[in-house]
Design a protein around this ligand. Structure first.
Ligand code: ATP
Ligand code: MG
Length: 442
């Protein structure tokens, strides 16, 4: 396995990278140039590092920049923010700050070294050189830097032969203890393997399997695992990634009872299709949290108590928990929509659920009748709104107030069934509904 070979790359690769820097947008270039100038004034050195270097070489669009500073990163970031009129945010993490500017987010970090005192736990951190900073990184393709300093601006710093691995399409760790020191790298390796359709290099693959067999993921702080899982589920087409995790590691690190079988993967494929269908068809609805639907698909068969334990241990947010819980409860209730059902009953059945839940149901039950009903709901029923408001009831002097919300609900159902168009029609129906409600209370 490669130990750090601290040589800088040849002229030809510097040239390749120099050209890449010429192709980037003017805003991006401005941030880099200002960082470079300020660092020189502050007697520091700055480098573009990690995934952004990889993506520049792969000619992908980049929006999130990572800059490492040999010196005080927070000071550099603050000055850069001031110069370009960006928003400055200091983090709790060791020597890190972010500058947000237009569509770009630039993370500044003080070059540092990490020492792992026990496996899987967070390392002890102290400032160090760029070369040391690169040596703590996950894979060779993510351990390259580009100098932003005057004398060698644009030069690639590639101590671990990342460029060669990038060309060979290989994921390779920097040293044999990598997966044990930080087992989240198991999930990261799968993420990059699947995203770029690269291959996990032979020795790296063996080390990864060893770490998996020693149940290394069980040792990791669950919040860090959650972050990696969310990143995976946020990739386009996460189905392939889920399959690969199941193949190599399984989801036992989330809960021992999670079992994904052939049918689960058929469901994930349907989900993928449903989401792309939905996104084309219903462009105006808000953006979906697609990743949550996949997570729900992974957790759906767990007992409610076990599911709550996963939420708690991995620190999922309140809103996320609510959606997944409602999917779990809803998959059974929604079966009632699998027949000729009156429109207002369909509305009553579906309206408590989020878009995420409803599309989940759509994918979960491929039956035609149910799908037609769901489409009818999303296409038409969901858009039906009352023109009448509470204040209209008040203006009509209707009493008691306590019946208002019930009356409006009923009015909505009548509107759906009878296809009422105008407010006048609504108000006529409303008076009748209200009278009956008062009568039935007596
Ligand atoms: P993406 O394109 O998904 O953002 P990325 O490579 O930029 O991928 P990030 O999670 O944004 O990944 O991290 C930025 C960089 O920080 C990585 O390229 C890598 O150099 C380093 N890094 C991140 N997580 C780890 C880790 N667990 N161990 C070692 N290095 C890491
Ligand atoms: Mg990144």
């Amino acid at each position: 396995m490669c130990k750090a070979q601290h040589y800088h790359k040849s002229v030809s690769s510097s040239f390749v990278i120099g050209n890449r820097l010429k192709k980037i947008s003017s805003e991006f270039k401005e941030i880099l140039d200002i960082s470079s100038e300020l660092a020189a004034l502050l007697d520091s050195k700055v480098y573009l590092v990690g995934g952004v270097v990889r993506d520049l070489i792969l000619e992908k669009d980049v929006f999130d920049l990572d800059i490492v500073v040999e010196g005080d990163a927070i000071l550099v970031a603050k000055e850069v923010a001031q110069r370009i009129g960006g928003e400055f945010n200091k983090h709790h993490n060791f020597g890190t700050a972010t500058v947000a500017f237009k569509d770009y987010k630039v993370d500044f970090a003080t070059a540092r070294t990490e020492k792992y005192l026990s496996l899987g736990s967070l390392p002890k951190v102290r400032p160090d050189s760029l070369i040391q900073d690169l040596s703590r990184r996950d894979f060779t393709i993510n351990a390259m830097a580009i100098s932003l300093n005057k004398p060698d601006y644009g030069k690639l710093i590639d101590s671990y032969n990342g460029l060669a691995d990038l060309r060979k399409r290989l994921i390779r760790t920097l040293h044999p203890r990598s997966f044990l020191e930080d087992p989240t790298r198991i999930l990261r390796a799968i993420r990059f393997e699947q995203r770029f359709r690269f291959i996990i290099e032979g020795d790296t693959f063996k080390l990864m399997k060893e770490a998996i067999n020693s149940k290394a993921l069980k040792l990791v702080n669950p919040h860090r695992l959650r972050d990696e899982i969310v990143l995976i589920l946020k990739e386009p087409d996460p189905c392939r990634y889920i399959k690969r995790i199941k193949e190599l590691e399984g989801f036992l690190f989330l809960d021992d009872k999670i079992k994904l079988d052939k049918r689960s993967f058929q469901f994930f494929l349907r989900l993928q299709r449903a989401v792309s269908h939905y996104q084309k068809k219903f462009k105006k609805h808000r953006t979906l949290q697609v990743w949550l639907m996949y997570l729900a698909g992974i957790l759906i068969k767990l007992d409610p108590e076990r599911m709550e334990k996963v939420f708690h241990d991995f620190g999922f947010r309140k809103g996320e928990r609510i959606i997944i819980r409602s999917i779990k409860v809803g998959v059974n209730k929604i079966k009632r929509a699998d027949k000729n059902i009156k429109a207002y009953l369909l509305h009553r059945l579906m309206s408590p659920y989020s878009f995420e839940s409803i599309l989940f149901f759509y994918a979960y039950y491929p039956r035609r009748s149910l799908r037609k009903n769901i489409e009818n709901f999303l296409d038409k029923l969901i858009k039906i709104r009352l023109k009448t408001r509470g204040r209209d009831l008040k203006a009509l002097n209707l009493r008691p107030f306590t019946l208002y919300s019930k009356a409006l609900k009923k009015l909505l159902y009548v509107k759906i069934e009878k296809g009422l168009k105008t407010k006048k029609e609504e108000l006529m129906e409303l008076k009748y509904i209200f009278k009956n409600l008062v009568k039935s209370r007596r």
